[in-house]
Design a binder for this molecule. Structure first.
Ligand SMILES: Cc1cc2nc3c(=O)[nH]c(=O)nc-3n(C[C@H](O)[C@H](O)[C@H](O)COP(=O)(O)O)c2cc1C
Ligand SMILES: O=C(O)C(=O)c1ccccc1
Length: 389
């Protein structure tokens, strides 16, 4: 009998015969509330928080909820295959972990625990430039797993060049360049607590271990850590960059490059013209532009503009398996999962991230099957309707 992601459901019920119930909720929208109760207000506020009054983050959820799946019957969904090819690599399902920085605020094993969970499920792990653990160490934890590297495009060319060299040497196969964070947004939840992880040195591991970064310091990091943090804050992002600058990355990275944070179809076209391989339609989980359009509302136009030329990925608001179905029907080839896995990590380490992945994948498999799809190839706009307002 073929194994399906949906089998997790019966695994849970069978374990229940001995009295066991899942350690974390299986409705992942409940994780935030649980994290609020169990983890400190600073860290949870940082993960849960967003730009301005939170309207973009709410819009992300509202847009996904507004789209409704129209199930079809009697379509032979006995054998199902959720595999896809993304950036030339076979994936077992259209899902990867999004780059989330500073994960040691959630759990001491941080990115390494998340990477091990991703590898255990065969899901790609995207490592943030601003990780709490050096990329070489996370690469070891990720083992044979597919891993992607997210770049915060620094002011210092030599640091960027060094990061690309290190990521390549450590087996990261694709480069995700985040464009939507040239400055940190106005985030009232963090401002009100005066809480910013990297001012406490969290999220600087890749920089503090980098020779090109060290070259920009008057003293070694351990002799003047405050100056090193300040240097990091001043150089890790660059609001002066423009489209022609992408040529530098194209010259220095031999592999797929994906631009993360594209919302306008013209920007997606510019990405294609710059020789990029893909885009992530994303508003950074509502953490950057307050009052921005929902990422799901940006997706169809971007997919229509470049879907035939570029890999189109999606994040911002994915919480459940049916959200994945909707994003794929709106034109994404795969989605990135963000906050839910950060909460899973905070609540139960590697096991918590595995739980989150198993829940999304099982729910995705079941939603597809129950809607009449034996794979993701039949997901088109016609699968969705808009909820009456
Ligand atoms: C705590 C936190 C840290 C993040 N750090 C990064 C990062 O370092 N690089 C990046 O490209 N995106 C980062 N993101 C954005 C995620 O990659 C992703 O776009 C976002 O979480 C999607 O929204 P969702 O989690 O609400 O679905 C971060 C998000 C959160 C919540
Ligand atoms: O918090 C974020 O959203 C983010 O992208 C980030 C930026 C710098 C360091 C760590 C995370």
């Amino acid at each position: 009998m073929t194994r399906h992601w949906a089998d997790f459901q019966y695994e849970i019920y069978l374990n229940g015969m001995t009295g066991a119930v899942p350690r974390l909720p299986t409705d992942l929208t409940r994780l935030e509330e649980m994290a609020e109760r169990r983890l400190g207000p600073g860290p949870v506020g940082y993960v849960a928080g967003s730009a301005g009054d939170g309207s973009t983050a709410r819009a992300n959820r509202a847009a996904l909820e507004r789209h409704r799946i129209v199930p079809r019957m009697l379509r032979d969904v006995h054998e199902r295959d959720l595999s896809v090819e993304v950036l030339g690599r076979p994936l077992p399902a259209p899902l990867a972990l999004a780059p989330v920085g500073v994960l040691s605020i959630m759990h001491p094993e941080a990115e390494s625990a998340a990477a091990r969970a991703a590898t255990a499920l065969g899901v790609p792990f995207t490592l943030s430039s601003a990780s709490s653990t050096p990329l070489e160490e996370v690469a070891k934890a990720s083992g044979e797993g597919e891993r992607w590297f997210q770049l915060y495009w620094a002011k210092d060319r030599e640091v960027t060049r060094s990061f690309l060299r290190r990521a390549k040497a450590a087996g990261f196969t694709a480069l995700f360049v985040t464009l939507d964070t040239p400055l940190l947004a106005w985030r009232p939840r963090d401002l009100d607590q005066a809480y910013l992880p990297f001012l406490r040195g969290v999220g600087t591991a890749n920089y503090f271990t980098d020779p090109a970064f060290a070259a920009g310091l008057a003293k070694p990091v351990h002799e003047d850590p405050d100056a090193a943090v300040l240097h990091f804050v001043n150089m890790f992002a660059d609001p002066g960059k423009t489209w022609p600058d992408l040529a530098f990355l194209r010259e220095n990275w031999d592999g797929p490059i994906v631009l993360k944070g594209v919302l306008h179809p013209d920007d997606a076209r510019l990405a294609a013209e710059a020789g990029m391989d893909g885009v992530v339609v994303s508003n950074h989980g509502g953490r950057q532009v307050a009052g921005s359009l929902a990422a799901a509302d940006a997706l169809p136009a971007v997919a229509a503009a470049v879907g035939d030329r570029l890999t189109v990925l999606f994040d911002s608001g994915i919480r459940t398996g049916d959200d994945v179905v909707k994003a794929l029907a709106l034109g994404a080839e795969a989605v990135l999962l963000g906050r839910p896995y950060a909460y899973g990590l905070g609540l139960d380490g590697q096991a918590g991230v595995e739980h989150v992945l198993r829940c999304v994948l099982a729910e995705l498999d079941l939603t597809l099957a129950l809607s009449g799809h034996a794979g993701v190839g039949t997901l088109t706009r016609e699968v969705l309707t808009q909820a009456p307002l």
